[in-house]
Design a protein around this ligand. Structure first.
Ligand code: SD4
Length: 328
């Protein structure tokens, strides 16, 4: 069990071996809480795979494109990557061998779209955007979401790659129901962007917890849990064991803390602390929040060491270790 008297670690800002464009360090300055400040358009996203996703987003943001287009294009990179075992095509399946996807998107007007328990569609985030823009609803699930996607021109395909199938078969041969929590550095992609007009949008997409029960839906498509954007204040996105964020509506909480004047790191810390205070057994659990405010300040906080996030703006890109609650 997690020792609640464990100390909070605010990690040192490190580049983790990624090269920086000349002058890029000048883009980032720190306040004592390690909130990163930038000027102008910027994109941030969860985990190391965010570096590549941010590049696609930056192609749009860097040419004064809008934040909504940027986050959709950015997370699609991870959705299409067969090597990425936790998002879209190539994601690890549920315990019955089905790849089931959750995703959502929010724009600067507070519009939201979401899909959950969607199978056979490579880009759930784009289905979520279409639900947001072309239907009176926020969320479609399972067979209904698939029917909507196919009737709008999305192609059905098998998303279970040989690599993911072999990992699932090896897991299944142990005949245990034991979903893999998310301590490793390869997870859901959550992305937040601020564009040249000062508008915020966000997106989140995942194949969810590996080997979950069939039908399980996590936090990622739940507005307020996996993602929340309020263009007056800021945006937040979550990664980790979804059940924990769902029970505390963490991304909404982070944005509300920023509304009250907190900087992004402190706001994320409040949401992690809420989980620590409410949940008895957090052994093997990981949770991370990433936030970006209207002023271009950003930061993260996770339960455990190991979470990092990627930034890109006009001055360059880098990967940043998250502040965290416990080192173990
Ligand atoms: C889920 N939150 O389905 C997702 C998984 C994840 O980082 O984010 N992993 O619970």
């Amino acid at each position: 069990m997690l020792n609640r008297r464990n100390f909070i670690v605010r990690s040192v800002l490190t580049g983790l071996g990624f090269s920086l464009a000349p002058g890029s360090l000048r883009a980032f300055s720190l306040n004592p809480g390690l909130t990163v400040r930038t000027n102008g358009p910027v994109v941030v996203s969860t985990w190391r795979h965010g570096l590549q996703a941010n590049e696609a987003a930056w192609e749009i943001l860097g040419q004064d494109g809008n934040a909504l287009d940027a986050v959709e294009a950015g997370v699609r990179v991870c959705e299409a990557d067969p090597e990425n075992l936790s998002v879209g095509y190539g994601g690890l399946p549920d315990r019955d061998g089905h790849v089931t996807l959750d995703a959502c998107i929010m724009d600067e007007k507070g519009n939201a779209g979401s899909v959950c328990f969607l199978e056979n569609i490579r880009h759930p985030v784009s289905v979520a955007r279409l639900i947001m823009e072309n239907t009176p609803h926020v969320m479609l699930a399972g067979g209904g979401a698939l029917q909507f996607a196919v009737s709008n021109g999305f192609t059905e395909e098998n998303l279970l790659t040989d690599k993911a199938r072999k990992i699932w078969e090896a897991w299944r041969s142990e005949e245990k129901y034991k979903p893999v929590p998310n301590i490793e550095n390869h997870d859901t992609i959550g992305m937040l962007a601020l564009d040249a007009n000062g508008n915020l949008s966000g997106a989140c997409t995942t194949s969810g917890m590996a080997f979950k029960m069939h039908g399980r839906v996590g936090d990622s498509p739940i507005i307020g849990a996996g993602l929340f954007v309020d263009n007056e204040v800021g945006a937040a996105v979550a990664t980790g064991q979804g059940e924990l964020m769902m029970k505390t509506l963490g991304s909404f909480l982070v944005v509300e803390m920023m509304r009250g004047g907190m900087d992004p790191v402190d706001a994320c810390q409040v949401a992690v602390k809420r989980i620590v205070d409410k949940v008895k057994d957090l052994e093997n659990a990981q949770v991370g929040y990433l936030a970006l405010d209207k002023q271009g300040r950003m930061g993260s906080f996770s339960l455990r060491k190991g979470f990092d996030y990627a930034i890109q703006n006009a001055q360059g890109k880098r990967l940043i270790d998250s502040a965290h609650y416990v080192s173990g």
